[in-house]
Design a protein around this ligand. Structure first.
Ligand code: SAH
Length: 476
């Protein structure tokens, strides 16, 4: 498709409404029990070179958290905070005994009350952000082309800030009140660092509500061309930078998609939860016989089809459907199935319900896999632990199949994992080789007559998962 035609196309904002796949900044209440203790405000101030910076005093736990390398302080760890302080303002962070811990932002509305921006005394200005961006680029040096995630929030020491580069255009997410207030310096630093043709603030993430922030999309500089073509790996992708999920593209899977080369040549592939075709198009490019793309979003599928054309790839079938229903209603078998769903577990409270969803999905997928087929399965839920994810597949396969672990996968290197911040490690993937028990090809499936039973209360009934439907509905 000629470039000028692409430029003139516009998707409506609702096209990809409510991005659903979990990313770290959308999961702010992770791993700790939320608990707000209202302490009478204590006013602290510090004179520094004629400028006053307010202080927050944190308890021992908060102090330990910062010393250990984490960047969050929860509201119940704040002992003293500035009175009448504007949410999102800069504060000096002190321990109970007065120890200087760093500079951060404070938000009375958020359970993560303080986010550390610097462990040293530093002016938080354009130069600070430019330095952090420079560090992030060094961390990714030589690994990526023109389009990738430049800054991934906590794992680049900029909690609440995401910067994605789409060739010459930049898409930012300011996910916290602190980052929102620092918008001017951030935009200036991005301009200086990249001289982009345009910058858009994709501040439409639902997680902003938890920070008391409005949702909006704003072109902060230049004129965004959207959809626009980017190159990732061997392929070109159309990306809707103004209205696609997140900022338009899932860069966290860019390295896993390349594995299609090893496993897909000559095979039939099902790319379930395909979005704009990341996995399936790689499979076609590397020689898959055919790929069925399934997604609830019609706009994502339209773009998927256009992406296939853009790369001259044939053999794609595009199905708009709920993924669970598709697996239930189709009888076709596939040599390779890719499951890359949105997060089913958005908070700790939803773990059980979410797990049921994952088990249900895997049960259905295993039934549609050819004998000796391969399953690529992912969970982007931080709350789904790696070992539990294996359990999910084990439970789903009960009485039905023998499952071999071929490889464990994680997120791409432009989403760094910082060991001191466990929440930065969120994407889990498994490549599994599945040997079906019982039925031979063409003889029908033993496991479909009975559910096969299950060790954790899944026996005997078709459990229709309803958990992620609110997510699906948002996306349909
Ligand atoms: N694999 C994709 C990213 C998938 S993101 C890539 O490589 O780019 C998750 C996708 O699941 C989104 O496109 C969303 O529209 C879709 N989705 C959400 N709920 C769904 C459901 N119940 N059935 C099918 N697709 C769903």
């Amino acid at each position: 498709m000629p470039e000028n035609q692409l430029r003139s196309r516009r998707l409506t904002h609702s096209a990809f409404a409510s991005p659903s796949k979990a990313l770290l900044p959308e999961e702010p209440v992770i791993g700790r029990v939320p608990c707000v203790i209202v302490i009478e405000a204590v006013e602290y101030s510090l004179k520094k070179g004629g400028r006053t910076m307010e202080q927050v005093v944190v308890d021992r736990q908060g102090e330990e958290s910062v010393v250990s390398g984490h960047l969050w302080i929860f509201s119940n760890q704040v002992k003293g905070r500035p009175a009448g302080f504007p949410d999102g303002g800069l504060v000096e962070i002190r321990g109970e005994r007065g120890r200087f811990l760093g500079i951060g932002t404070y938000n009375s509305k958020s359970l993560i009350a303080v986010r550390v921006l610097s462990r040293e005394r530093a002016a938080i200005d354009e130069a600070f952000f430019a330095r952090r961006i420079g560090d992030a680029l060094k961390r990714r040096a030589g690994r990526y082309g023109g389009s990738f995630r430049v800054v991934n929030s906590e794992s680049d020491f900029l909690p609440g800030l995401v910067i994605d580069k789409y060739e010459g255009q930049m898409a930012l997410q300011l996910l916290t009140c602190g980052m929102e207030r620092l918008k001017g310096s951030i935009v200036d630093a991005v301009k200086k660092s990249f001289s982009p043709s345009a910058i858009v603030l994709r501040n439409d993430s639902v997680s902003r509500k938890e920070e008391g922030l409005p949702q909006y999309v704003e072109v902060a500089d230049g004129a965004i061309v959207s959809p626009s073509v980017i190159t990732v790996g061997p392929l070109r992708f159309l990306v809707d930078i103004l209205a696609g999920h997140k900022t338009g593209f899932y860069f966290d899977q860019s390295e896993n998609r390349l594995l299609m080369r090893e496993f897909c040549p000559g095979r039939t592939v099902l790319d379930l939860f395909s979005y704009t075709g990341g996995f399936g198009l790689h499979a076609l490019y590397f020689g898959a016989r055919s790929v069925t793309f399934v997604d609830t979003s019609g706009q994502a599928l339209d773009m998927c089809r256009e992406n296939a054309e853009l790369n001259g790839l044939s053999g794609g079938k595009f199905v708009r459907s709920d993924g669970f229903d598709f697996l239930k209603n189709s009888i076709e078998e596939h040599d390779v199935i890719v499951l890359d769903p949105p997060s089913f577990i958005k908070s700790r409270k939803k773990i059980k319900e979410g797990e049921r969803g994952y088990i249900d999905l895997h049960k259905r997928a295993l039934r549609r896999l050819s004998d000796d087929g391969l399953l690529f399965t992912f969970s982007c839920s931080y709350h789904m632990k790696r070992s539990r994810f294996r359990d999910v597949v084990r439970i789903a396969s009960y009485g039905m199949a023998d499952v071999f672990l071929v490889r464990e996968l994680s997120q791409a290197g432009d989403h760094p994992i910082l060991l001191t911040i466990p929440e930065t490690d969120y994407l889990k993937g498994l490549i599994l080789k599945v040997r079906r028990r019982g039925a031979k090809k063409g003889e029908g499936r033993q496991d479909e007559a009975s559910d096969g039973g299950g060790p954790e209360g899944t026996a005997g009934k078709e459990q229709l998962y309803t958990g992620p439907c609110e997510i699906c509905a948002e996306n349909s």
